[in-house]
Design a protein around this ligand. Structure first.
Ligand code: GLY
Length: 563
């Protein structure tokens, strides 16, 4: 197998920031489809749109907007994301990642001693990048949607205005975020009414968010990124010491990019290029494993686990070179080129772990995974697929809510390297290419991915920061290489390695006792963790059978239109 980055065709299209709805292509979509997302109410919205004749893009955008109402920990209009789609045979990737505000400076998150101050890049609006979701979701629909824009936004308006009930997940997330949310009175008054985490079953109504969505339905992104909405965002940001302005919001553009594409066991895979490292990590992992003959080794064997970890170790070591595609120190072409993959595969010792310090030199401290990003996957009756990951970065972003719009702002600035060599929220060590710079996009790990073989199509992805590409690649390998069913592949216990810290993270059951001993004997450090990622995946087989799987690690929800 050869990795084939299609960089010669690297023609980027900057999406026009449209005002007013543009009529989408009215192609008929055969009935049927499936949706998997982090919240039952959002999955129902997506399914309703499919049943109303919408295509996968209509359903994905409607699901994302519903998540912006009922899943405030990650669903958003104040954050950003990526989508990889295969619509009518056309494969495309939309970058609606946040950007650094014009006033951002390389040293803005450093203290007097020149060291990063995590609080600055995580809490409060200084941590907020210019949101990309309002323009991005609109642009995705403009290019590939079928139903009128207003129809796609309406279910989210209804959820916000009529209300929805707090479920166990939302209650647990609000409990987890209580300290952050209570720092900002505007946020607390919405999400901690009377200073308390609302009980399960409490009805939440968000009238201002509903009105903001109504305006978005009528006027497009301009309703959220211009005029009085932008002024309200700037006012709230200024109040708490942030630098994001109305001019940043007005200047934001989503960008169509050429997806990373590579073959895998007879399937074609497409995933997200820079400014996400996700597709490169997936492509490098697949390319190195193919060279090491991974597919022919026994499933669930120590040999496989060892090689998988060694491939990830090297892919994440290269990640330190990456950043905004305009300033990155290595391109997809460099890192996915056959000679580089040959060399990486040749470096792997089949019987010993390579110490990460021998692959490269930075050393971070471990941090915890937080349930922040969210992924949704949709397939429609025509086999069109949308894989969309969106995020506020940390849970509830920077904690600040714009009262006039009831929109939470992200803390994506922490995804920049505040100082090369210092770990971010995910313990990721990053390089100069990802230093803070005005207007730059911060490097991501999000990996919305689609794969197909003939008429058999899959869409998948995950939240989890640096764990995203490793969770996604394990499910992809299980389905595509080993022919596992989607449900089993998503449920299987996972491993993770990200170069630094130099340790394997293992979910319970991922390694049998003998495997654990053997990996330790080979020189791997291993640490147990509760969970790695939360993959939401859908599939439509060539025979038209639909599958939708929400990861049992979370209370997400998946459904098909088939009874
Ligand atoms: N905010 C996490 C990521 O983009 O990877």
């Amino acid at each position: 197998m050869q990795i084939r980055p299609r960089l010669s065709a690297l023609l980027l299209t900057v999406a026009a920031c449209c005002s007013g709805a543009v009529a989408p292509t009215p192609t008929r979509v055969p009935a049927g489809g499936a949706v998997a997302s982090a919240a039952p109410a959002a999955t129902s919205v997506g399914l309703g749109i499919l049943k109303a004749g919408g295509n996968a893009t209509d359903a994905a955008v409607a699901t994302a907007l519903a998540l912006a109402v009922v899943h405030p920990v990650a669903g958003n209009l104040g954050g950003g994301g990526f989508a990889v789609v295969r619509m009518g045979g056309e494969v495309a990737a939309l970058d609606f990642r946040e950007t650094a505000p014009a006033a951002a400076r390389a040293d803005m998150f450093l203290g007097a001693d020149g060291r990063p101050v995590a609080e600055k890049s995580l809490v409060g609006p200084l941590a907020a990048g210019t949101p990309g979701s309002p323009v991005g979701l609109f642009e995705l629909h403009r290019r590939f949607g079928r139903l009128p824009w207003r129809r796609v936004v309406t279910p989210a308006i209804h959820l916000a205005l009529r209300g929805f009930k707090v479920n166990a997940r939302l209650r647990a997330e609000l409990e987890f975020g209580r300290e952050l949310l209570s720092r900002f009175p505007e946020t607390a008054s919405v999400w901690l009414p009377h200073g308390r985490v609302p009980a399960e079953g409490t009805l939440i109504r968000l009238p201002r968010l509903g009105a903001a969505l109504q305006a978005y339905a009528e006027r497009g992104p301009q309703a959220l990124t211009g005029g009085s909405a932008a002024a309200a965002i700037e006012r709230t940001v200024k109040k708490y010491g942030g630098v994001l302005t109305a001019a940043d919001l007005a200047g934001y553009r989503a960008v169509w990019r050429v997806p990373i594409r590579f073959p895998l066991a007879g399937w074609e895979v497409a995933s997200m290029p820079l400014p996400s490292s996700g597709g490169i990590i997936l492509g490098q992992t697949a390319g190195v494993l193919e060279r090491l003959g991974w597919a022919s080794l026994p499933a669930d064997s120590v040999e496989r686990d060892h090689l998988l970890v060694e491939a990830w170790r090297r892919a994440f070591a290269d990640r330190v070179l990456l950043g905004d595609p305009a300033t990155t120190r290595a391109s997809e072409g460099d890192l996915l080129a056959a000679p580089w993959l040959d060399r990486r595969a040749a470096e792997v010792d089949r019987s010993r772990a390579t110490a990460s310090r021998d692959v490269a030199s930075w050393q971070p401290a471990p941090r915890h995974e937080l349930p922040q990003t969210t992924h949704l996957s949709v397939v429609d009756g025509a086999g069109n697929v949308v894989s969309l990951t969106t995020t506020l970065n940390g849970s509830f972003g920077c904690g600040v809510l714009v009262p006039r719009l009831q929109i939470l702002l992200n803390n994506e600035m922490d995804d920049f390297a505040a100082a090369p060599g210092s770990p971010n929220l995910y313990g990721l060590v990053q390089g100069e290419a990802n230093a803070v710079g005005r207007g730059k996009r911060m490097l991501s790990s999000m990996s919305p991915t689609v794969a197909w073989r003939g008429d058999d199509v899959i869409a998948l992805g995950s939240p989890g920061g640096s764990r995203i590409p490793t969770a996604t690649s394990q499910v992809l390998l299980a389905v595509v290489v080993d022919g596992q069913g989607l449900e089993r592949a998503v449920a299987a216990p996972r491993l993770h390695h990200q170069w630094l810290p130099d340790e394997i993270l293992a979910e319970p059951g991922a390694l049998a006792a003998a495997g654990l001993d053997e990996l330790r004997r080979r020189g791997h450090a291993i640490r147990s963790v509760d969970r790695l990622g939360e993959v939401h995946a859908v599939r439509r087989t060539a025979a038209g059978v639909l599958e939708a799987v929400a990861d049992s690690r979370g209370p997400g929800s998946a459904a098909t239109t088939q009874p």
